[in-house]
Ligand binder design. Structure first.
Ligand code: APR
Ligand code: PHB
Length: 390
């Protein structure tokens, strides 16, 4: 088999890249080791930056997002028993965010690919990436018990944090930058109308809580927990109790409902540099992870493949590799801005076990500053909706 671009991984990065290439008339094959069912039911974050929304729309996969996504113009920061509104749109020159689950984005992209009849292979095993230094990289994989070889011009490593592409790069090429956080998020999807109009990020002495949503009758709520806590320690009643305590506000009620899903997500910051080696280009979680506070993961993945698609298109159109050569440098500017923003939001809002009282005072002072100074709020807003100047 031969194609122009071999894409490993059918998450948002791989599927969006495949779509952008299709629109530009470039061939690709997408290889995914999970089933379609699995990929379409993984619950992930749900905040799309305006730039992400525009790109999906331009790629012709925005119809359901435009119909069902919910446009938000602000978020709330809660601390010291008060809730403060941050008017993102007013502070960012009119930009906004759209609440639409990553799971739904993935479903739309898979449906578009299937409708186009282009290769998207699920349930592929044992993917290996070889001869990256040559003109003809080669991917080998197993499907239905048979080994296949795929030759291509470019490999897009969109296979997430645990994928094989990053690890196929020879030792000594990549530098790794990382930070672990001593806490995690326990997230629930609940069949109840959201009790809030816009997201609430709550700082509380019992730990952080986040109120988000998926639709007019689905709420997505999170509480900070320890990374090593078993899910069994968190029966639904305990989760609701913590959510109630951490988000309580006079004159406002958090409505409870049946919990449809729950899971614990660890938090880490991670970047490898460069995001490319020979003809392999890493995109999305394969190259970088952010903690979820600030909802940058999906948006960064889409921003990467936007840069990559343009570079590949240019390579075929003009023969120039300038875009491909600078891929990593261009992406890393946005990546590091998002790394800083996510770390900043995370450290401002979470409680550390055995926290130094000095740190706790600094957090509260920062929260008060961000919610009372227009300059500080504007900085949060432009990062949250996605910087356009990078
Ligand atoms: N071979 C083929 N596919 C693989 C392999 C492999 N060896 N390893 C992993 N994959 C697949 C995974 O099953 C997954 O479907 O690659 C895909 C990677 O998708 P994501 O993990 O969703 O990563 P990405 O597309 O970069 O999107 C980043 O996902 O984790 C969230 O918060 C993150 O929102 C961000 C987004
Ligand atoms: C979500 O809705 O899942 C969500 C929202 C905001 C975040 C993270 C996750 O910062």
């Amino acid at each position: 088999m031969r194609t122009q671009v071999a894409i490993v991984g059918a998450g948002p990065a791989g599927l969006t890249l495949a779509r952008l290439l299709e629109v530009a008339g470039i061939e690709s094959v997408v290889l995914e080791n999970r089933s379609r069912e699995y990929v379409e039911h993984r619950i992930r974050a749900g905040v799309l930056e305006q730039g992400t929304v525009e790109l999906l729309r331009e790629a012709g996969v925005g119809a359901r997002m435009d119909g069902e996504g919910i446009v938000h113009h602000g978020i709330n920061l809660q601390f010291d028993g008060e809730r403060h509104h941050v008017p993102l749109t007013d502070l960012s020159g009119g930009r906004s965010i759209v609440i639409y689950g990553q799971t739904e984005v993935v479903k739309d992209l898979v449906a578009a690919r299937v409708e186009s009849g282009l290769p998207l292979l699920f349930d592929v095993d044992g993917v290996t990436v070889e001869t990256l230094d040559s003109e003809r990289p080669r991917i080998s994989f197993e499907r239905d018990g048979t080994r296949h070889e795929l030759e291509c011009d470019v490999v897009a490593g969109c296979d997430g944090f645990h994928g094989v592409c990053r690890t196929s790069i020879p030792a000594g090429v990549l530098s790794t930058f990382e930070r672990d956080y001593p806490f995690a998020w326990l997230g629930i999807l609940a069949a109840v109308a959201p009790s809030i109009d816009e997201l609430v990020y709550a700082h509380h002495e019992r730990g952080f809580a986040l109120l988000s949503l998926r639709s007019p009758d689905l709420s997505r709520y999170y509480v900070q927990c320890r990374p090593d806590e078993p899910l069994e320690d968190w029966p639904d009643e305990r989760i609701w109790e913590e959510l109630q305590l951490r988000t309580a506000l006079d004159g406002w009620t958090l409505h409870e409902g049946p919990v449809l899903e729950k899971g614990i997500t660890g938090m880490r910051s991670f970047v490898v540099e460069p995001m490319q080696h020979g003809r392999l280009f890493l995109a999305g979680d394969a190259a970088h992870i952010v903690p979820p506070t600030g909802a940058k993961g999906l948006n960064l993945a889409i921003a990467d493949v936007h840069v990559l698609a343009e570079a590949i298109v240019d390579r075929y159109a003009s023969g120039s590799t300038t875009g491909l050569d600078s891929y990593s440098d261009v992406c890393l500017r946005r990546v590091w801005r998002a790394e800083h923003f996510s770390w900043w939001m995370t450290t401002m809002l979470h409680r550390l076990d055995g926290e130094d009282p000095f740190d706790a005072k600094l957090q509260l002072s920062l929260l008060r500053y961000v919610t009372s100074s227009e300059a500080a709020a504007r900085s949060l807003a432009e990062n949250y909706v996605g910087l356009t100047t990078l």
